[in-house]
Write a protein that binds this ligand. Structure first.
Ligand code: SAM
Length: 246
């Protein structure tokens, strides 16, 4: 247990006695917004060295230095699961990123499809949303957000050995389908509001990595489908199987 509540993702090594500079945004957040100061404790993680309790050693409005005291959590890897999704409207896309990180994805892959509403993407903003979600939920790694990529290109360069769960409303139920599968490298694919074009459906159906499954008899909004698919995948093949987190 630790007295520190605030968690920050940093791009700096962590270890016993290690000093860690804050970015200007982090200093503003910690000292101006959260009213923390010298001597207060914060939790830090960097995706490599686990989570560390650190104490504020220097604090000005725009600058800060923390000193690591002790490790509070070991480094853990998220499931080897990617979420490939067609970006939807702004608020819903933020929701998808946030929930995907909370639900333990390892990588976020925005995909441009024939009916994708937006062809531009603020990747830095999405990465910041992923970082905030990781800080909030206790993850020790911020999943990377890949650049927006066309579906054809993504499928053409698909890595060997990674299965792709295409959430397709006209197929058999996901629970039955995943019960036939094994853990390992996976990705989930969620389409845009307009669904996939016939051309894309034919391409996906013919791809050797693709496993098709339905999320039930109702058409879900893309953000609901993403949360439902991630939840079911995690309980069937991911890090929700077994374990004791008490
Ligand atoms: N009008 C679109 C259509 O009929 O294809 C609806 C698309 S839905 C809003 C967005 C995406 O969520 C779909 O492309 C699919 O990947 C996923 N989805 C929604 N409901 C689903 C369901 N019941 N089963 C599987 N996937 C679903």
């Amino acid at each position: 247990m630790t007295d520190a509540k605030i968690r920050l993702s940093v791009d700096h090594p962590l270890g016993p006695g290690q000093s860690v500079p804050l970015t200007e945004d982090q200093a503003l957040y910690l000292f101006a917004v959260m009213r923390k100061g010298v001597g207060d404790a914060v939790l830090l993680f960097n995706g490599q060295h686990g989570e560390w309790r650190a104490t504020v050693a220097e604090a000005t409005k725009r600058r800060g230095v923390l000193l690591c005291d002790r490790q509070t959590r070991p480094q853990t890897a998220p499931a080897d699961l990617w979420l490939c999704f067609a970006p939807v409207k702004k608020v819903e896309t933020v929701y998808i990123v946030e929930k995907a990180v909370e639900l333990g994805v390892g990588r976020l892959c925005p995909v441009q499809t024939d009916f994708t509403n937006s062809d531009r993407l603020n990747r830095d903003r999405m990465q910041a949303n992923a970082r905030e979600a990781a800080e909030q939920c206790g993850a020790t790694l911020v999943p990377p957000v890949e650049p927006l990529q066309g579906l054809d290109k993504l499928l053409a360069a698909w890595p060997a050995g990674r299965r792709l769960l295409w959430c397709n409303e006209s197929r058999a139920g996901i629970a039955t389908r995943l019960a036939q599968e094994t853990p390992g490298p996976w990705a989930i694919l969620i389409g845009p509001e307009g669904g996939f074009s016939d051309r894309e459906k034919a391409r996906l159906a013919a791809h050797p990595a693709v496993v098709q499954a339905s999320l039930g008899p109702r058409i879900l909004r893309a953000e609901t489908a993403a949360v439902a698919a991630l939840t079911l995948w995690q309980s069937a093949l991911g890090d929700w199987r077994g374990g004791d987190w008490a």
